[in-house]
Design a protein around this ligand. Sequence first.
Ligand SMILES: CC(C)(COP(=O)(O)OP(=O)(O)OC[C@H]1O[C@@H](n2cnc3c(N)ncnc32)[C@H](O)[C@@H]1OP(=O)(O)O)[C@@H](O)C(=O)NCCC(=O)NCCS
Length: 177
Amino acid sequence: MTTLPEIRNARPSDAKAMIAYQRRLFADAQHMVTAPGEFRAGPWRQRFWIARKATSKYERCLVATEGNAIIAMLDSWTDRRQRVTHSTSFAMSVASGWRCRGLGKKLLSHFIAWVQIHPTLERIELHVHADNAHAIELYTQLGFQFEGTRRGAVRYEDGRVVDDHIMALWPRETNVS
Ligand SMILES: CC(C)(COP(=O)(O)OP(=O)(O)OC[C@H]1O[C@@H](n2cnc3c(N)ncnc32)[C@H](O)[C@@H]1OP(=O)(O)O)[C@@H](O)C(=O)NCCC(=O)NCCS
């Protein structure tokens, strides 16, 4: 069994590695909203973005690394308007060579455990393309439930149109193993 890398908070010094990771991800992952070429952050903007997440009480940017390279990433965001601020959202990915080894589950479990003991966050929401069976399997295994579907919300470059599911988890009601 492979030992999986530790999950940690991203640091501003990860900026260049994070840009390289995201460029590769958007170039080859089919299930993201961002199309290849649409990701344009430079090192300073990325540094600032990471620094903001690192000091936020309501948002995280988590990574796993191999040497200096980022191999998995989860970032979360929270609307600060008071009527919805108990609910947080996230996006995640694992580098193609590291998929199907349990790293995605480790990363998401780490995030859920953080929300579980957070003083104000109660609900985690995500969006997933309906044709992303692998991600849906992961989210379902960790207790996320389907809440709705935005029909035809995504159109890929080859013309295929897919639905977008909303899934959510109330982690204080869930045991994360
Ligand atoms: C979705 C993603 C994050 C999952 O990460 P991962 O590290 O491969 O996931 P894991 O290895 O932890 O697998 C989690 C579960 O998914 C299921 N799974 C694994 N490989 C699978 C596959 N090829 N097809 C379907 N389900 C699969 C398994 O049930 C697995 O749990 P188990 O091994 O305990 O049974 C990763 O595939 C990815 O980065 N995809 C591209 C970006 C993306 O789609 N992000 C999500 C956008 S919503």
